[in-house]
Design a protein around this ligand. Structure first.
Ligand code: PMV
Length: 316
C-alpha cells in the first residue's frame, strides 16, 4: 500500500483559427500538440497534501492564487470520493510553457484529474473529465469556451462550436506548422474581457470582426479539406489582422508574425488568448520551417516547435 501511485497526462493544444470568436458561438479549429505535455503523479505520503509544480512547491493549502482552480478541483474530487484530504503528494511535470495559449491550465487540470481517478481506482468518463476540468477552467478563465478541454481530452483535431458535441476533424496536410513563443505570458482572461467590452461598447464593429473570424474558420476548414496550403496561410494572416483589430495582439506577437511573413511563411497569426503567448506560422517544406524558426529565434522568439501536419494524430 505504501507505494500506491496514480498517474495522469494531458497534452498541449494549438488553436489554428477561431480564438475569441469561439466565445461568441463562432466555430474554431484546434489541433492536439503532443510535443508539449503535462504529467501528474500522485504518491502516498503521510501528512498534509503537498504540491510540486512550476508555480508552487509546498503545502497544497498554501498554493498561490493562480492555482485556486486546480486546488478547488482536487478538493472537490477527493470529497466526492468520500476520502480524506491528506496523505498524498502531487507532482506535476510540464513541458507546456504556462500561460502561452497552449492550454497548459486545462492540461494541468486534466492530467491531475486523471491521476486522482487512477490513484483511487475510479472509472473516469470523458463527460466527467470535462465536467471536472470545467470547474478549474471556470475559475482560471472566467467563461471558457471549452475548446482547450475538448481538444486535450479528445486528442484529435476538432472543429469546435461552443456548447456542441466534439466534432473530430480528420486531416493530413503536406505542410509544417511552426509555433513560436514570445516568452511573454499570455493574458487570456484580460483579452477575453476586453473583447467583451468592445462588443458591448461598439457592437457593430465587435460583432462584425467576430463574424469575419467565423467566416475565415469555415474557409480554413475548406482549404484543409482541399489541401490548399496557400489559401490556408492567407486565411491565417487575415485572421491575425482581425484579431489585432479586436485588440488582442501586442507588439511582440506582431513582430514575430512579420518576421515569419518576411521569411516566406505562407501565413502567420497569434494563437490562443493573445497579448503575449505564441504565434503560429505555416511553411510548405521542412527546410523552410527550419529557416523561419532560425529567423524567429534571432528576432526575439524564446522557443520554437515544428509540427509536421502530415503526422497529426487523427480520430479515426
Ligand atoms: O489562451 P488559451 O489557450 O487559453 O485560449 C483561449 C481561447 C479563447 O478563445 C480566447 C478563449 C476561450 O475560452 O475559448
Amino acid at each position: 500500500m505504501d507505494n500506491k501511485i496514480g498517474v495522469g497526462t494531458g497534452i498541449g493544444k494549438i488553436i489554428l483559427i477561431g480564438e475569441h470568436a469561439v466565445v461568441y458561438g463562432q466555430p474554431a479549429l484546434a489541433i492536439p500538440f503532443p510535443a508539449t505535455k503535462i504529467k501528474t503523479t500522485i504518491r502516498r505520503k503521510k501528512g498534509s497534501i503537498t504540491l510540486n509544480c512550476f508555480f508552487h512547491q509546498g503545502l497544497l493549502s498554501n498554493s498561490p492564487k493562480k492555482l485556486v482552480g486546480l486546488v478547488s478541483v482536487i478538493e472537490q474530487i477527493v470529497h466526492s470520493f468520500n476520502e480524506r484530504l491528506e496523505d498524498f503528494s502531487i507532482d506535476i511535470e510540464s513541458s507546456i510553457p504556462p500561460e502561452r495559449g497552449m492550454g497548459s491550465s486545462a492540461a494541468v487540470a486534466i492530467a491531475t484529474i486523471r491521476a486522482l481517478y487512477d490513484y483511487y481506482n475510479r472509472l473516469l468518463t470523458d463527460d466527467e473529465l470535462f465536467k471536472w476540468a470545467n470547474v478549474s477552467e471556470q475559475i482560471v478563465h472566467g467563461n471558457p469556451s471549452g475548446i482547450d478541454m475538448s481538444i486535450i481530452i479528445g486528442e484529435t483535431p476538432l472543429y469546435y462550436i461552443k456548447g456542441k458535441a466534439f466534432v473530430p476533424f480528420t486531416f493530413k496536410l503536406d505542410a509544417y506548422l511552426i509555433v513560436a513563443d514570445t516568452g511573454e505570458l499570455g493574458q487570456t482572461q484580460a483579452a477575453v474581457s476586453s473583447v467583451r467590452k468592445l462588443v458591448e461598447s461598439n457592437p457593430e464593429e465587435g460583432k462584425s470582426l467576430i463574424k469575419q473570424l467565423g467566416v475565415l474558420t469555415n474557409r480554413v476548414k475548406v482549404s484543409i479539406e482541399k489541401k490548399d496550403v496557400v489559401k490556408l496561410g492567407q486565411s491565417m494572416t487575415k485572421a491575425h489582422s482581425l484579431l489585432k483589430k479586436l485588440g488582442v495582439s501586442n507588439s511582440s506577437l506582431d513582430r514575430l508574425v512579420s518576421v515569419a511573413l518576411d521569411n516566406e511563411a505562407l501565413g502567420a497569426k497569434l494563437t490562443g488568448g493573445g497579448r503575449g503567448g505564441c504565434i503560429i506560422a505555416l511553411a510548405s517544406t521542412i527546410q523552410q520551417a527550419d529557416f523561419i524558426c532560425d529567423k524567429l529565434l534571432s528576432n526575439g522568439a524564446k522557443n520554437t516547435w515544428i509540427l509536421d501536419m502530415e503526422l497529426i494524430k487523427n480520430g479515426q
